[in-house]
Design a binder for this molecule. Structure first.
Ligand code: DCP
Ligand code: MG
Length: 382
């Protein structure tokens, strides 16, 4: 029996602004915004007093990258035009962005988390997913240790959501910001998740949200009780199905750690250029071998793939590639060869071939998939 998954989503609080406050601690508790290309850094006068730019003095088309929670209380958020936000918070302090520092603190907090929980999926500068399933400690204790490690390494606070999957944890990390921990069991879905607006689901953007509102769907609960067929009719099969699953808190996506490869491939350059019909038998056996080798690589590393691609280099060194996305993940040589054959059928084979390659993309751990292979049998071009 597999263990019940415990997935955390960690998101730094007011990240860029909080990093700035490390340099300017006297600004703590004040409304501060970061942004604007032409924003000047604070200047220190002879007596050691720093002079900060104020939002009301800004002229230009820059936008806010982020703001402190004190500035958010005045209605000033990421993405707002600086001049527009000056009308709401004229006295807020304006600092320029300093990406080098944000990247540095990003590395620091991720390294700190890895000392406690090494299964980390990097989701960008200020957020990660962490797979806690195989750790022995209680969930709440782990959450507090991770937060403390981040604070010790950076001086910064973060918020963590923990649930059985990435989708719910991402929602949860936002529920008690800043400096929050939200632990959710699947049984609490209807009481804690369904009352939230549908757009809290990561992947429901402003457009989809508006379309849902037009259908009378405002909360995640509304979405959960909508007929899947109705959602499919309005959003298409894949998205409609996904909306239904998401509202029911179902999400099987694994935590993909950065050390995992994104693709695996095998290729071979022939000792002499091969002709598609004259060297058909040789090409065909090399092709089979490449697919089998790729299958062995996948099995050895424990991956399946939903994307098979081929690469052909012609005698004139021109390179062509084609990809095929499958409905079900594969890892076995025969299934890879069938998909790769489908790709080959989509390129002209009217010239001699110098190199042939087969690639598996969109890798996923074999452990995470239901055993399944696709059933179609395309005709082989050779
Ligand atoms: N960011 C940006 N432009 C945006 C949104 C965000 O440049 N429109 C940057 C600045 C943020 C960082 O990305 O500090 C992280 O984004 P978040 O959405 O996590 O926002 P914060 O970390 O600032 O705040 P929160 O406490 O809500 O996570
Ligand atoms: Mg953040």
């Amino acid at each position: 029996m597999t263990r019940r998954r415990r997935i955390a989503h960690l998101d730094m609080d007011a990240f860029f602004a909080s990093v700035e406050l490390l340099s300017f601690p006297e600004l703590k508790g004040k409304p501060v915004v970061v942004g604007g290309r032409s924003t000047e850094p604070p200047k220190m006068d002879e007596s050691g007093v720093r002079h900060y730019a104020r939002l009301r003095d800004y002229v230009g088309r820059g936008v806010i990258t982020t703001s402190t929670y004190e500035a958010r209380a005045l209605g000033v958020f990421s993405g707002m035009g600086l001049m527009k936000s000056a009308a709401l918070a004229p006295d807020a302090i304006l600092l320029p962005a300093n990406f080098e520092a944000y990247r540095h603190y990003s590395r620091l907090f991720k390294t700190a988390v890895a000392t406690i929980a090494p299964q980390i999926e990097d989701r960008g500068i200020d957020e990660i997913y962490i797979d806690l399933t195989d750790l022995d400690q209680d969930t709440d204790r782990l959450a507090l240790r991770i937060k403390q490690a981040v604070r010790d390494a950076t001086g910064l606070s973060c918020s963590i959501g923990i649930s059985p999957n990435k989708l719910l944890s991402k929602i949860c990390s936002d529920l008690d910001k800043p400096d929050g921990v939200t632990i959710l069991d699947h049984a609490e879905l209807s009481t804690r998740i369904w009352p939230l607006p549908a757009k809290k689901i990561n992947g429901i953007g402003p457009k989809a949200n508006e379309k849902l509102a037009g259908l009378g769907i405002h909360t995640i609960g509304d979405l959960a009780s909508a007929e899947p067929q109705m959602l499919i009719a309005h959003f298409g099969r894949a998205t409609g199905h996904w909306l239904h699953q998401a509202a029911h808190g179902i999400d099987e996506r694994p935590v993909v750690t950065s050390s995992e490869p994104k693709s695996l491939s095998r290729e071979t350059t022939f000792e002499r250029d091969l002709h598609v019909s004259q060297d058909r038998a040789r090409l065909s056996s090399v092709f089979t071998e490449l697919c089998n080798r790729l299958s062995e690589d996948l099995l050895r590393k424990g991956y399946a793939t939903k994307t098979i691609g081929i690469k052909v280099k012609y005698a004139d060194f021109q390179v062509l590639t084609r990809d095929l996305t499958l409905t079900a993940p594969v890892y076995e040589g025969g299934a890879i060869r069938r998909a790769a054959t489908e790709c080959l059928r989509r390129i002209p084979l009217d010239q001699k071939i110098r190199l042939l390659g087969v690639r598996a993309g969109s890798l996923m751990p074999i452990a995470s998939i239901a055993q399944d292979t696709q059933s179609y049998q395309p005709d082989l071009p050779f």
